[in-house]
Ligand binder design. Structure first.
Ligand SMILES: [Cu+2]
Length: 177
């Protein structure tokens, strides 16, 4: 008899957990679907970038917006899934952020062990690729066709910037899984 009531309680608890998990899952996979506006450079008429006021997403995972990392990055359009690809290339000097001050794509997801190649477009003056945690750093160059590579061995999220244009929004992320 006691067995039966225990069973019921277990079932109830499991159902509750499943419901919570379902909600979290839904929230996690929103955003990034409606792109298409890559080329409109006319809209950038905001000279004063407001200081990032983060701290909004309490309780959430925060990974969707990378804790505000992309708040001032106008070419962030979700994480481009390149898992399984052997060769992943990111442009340095993509048209974005009021000039050629973007990484293209700004955020990419790769499998562990993948070598990512950054390739300079030659636009927007000198750029570099510098990891926030210091794990990789390229030279500062302007030359078209210049490349820099880094192999991402373990799972995690690497944020990086172009140092001269970080304040303009030249920032990126590599998600490794
Ligand atoms: Cu730059």
């Amino acid at each position: 008899m006691t067995d039966r009531s225990l069973d019921r309680r277990t079932v109830l608890r499991a159902t509750g957990l499943a419901a919570v998990g379902g909600l979290t899952g839904l929230a996690g996979c929103s955003g990034g679907g409606s792109g298409g506006g890559s080329g409109d450079g006319m809209e950038t008429e905001e000279p004063t970038p407001t200081p990032t006021e983060s701290g909004g997403d309490s309780g959430g995972s925060g990974s969707a917006s990378f804790d505000g990392w992309f708040d001032n990055v106008d070419n962030y359009d979700g994480v481009v899934d390149e898992t399984g690809s052997d060769a992943v290339t990111v442009e340095v000097g993509t048209e974005a952020n009021g000039g050629y001050y973007g990484f293209g794509p700004a955020a990419v997801r790769v499998s562990a062990g993948t070598t990512v190649t950054w390739e300079w477009t030659g636009q927007g003056a000198s750029h570099n690729v510098v990891a926030e945690d210091g794990s990789f750093e390229s030279e500062l160059v302007a030359e078209e066709g210049h490349t820099f590579t880094h192999t991402f061995e373990s799972a995690g999220t690497s944020k990086y910037v172009c140092v001269p244009h970080e304040t303009l929004g030249m920032k990126g992320v590599v998600v490794v899984e």
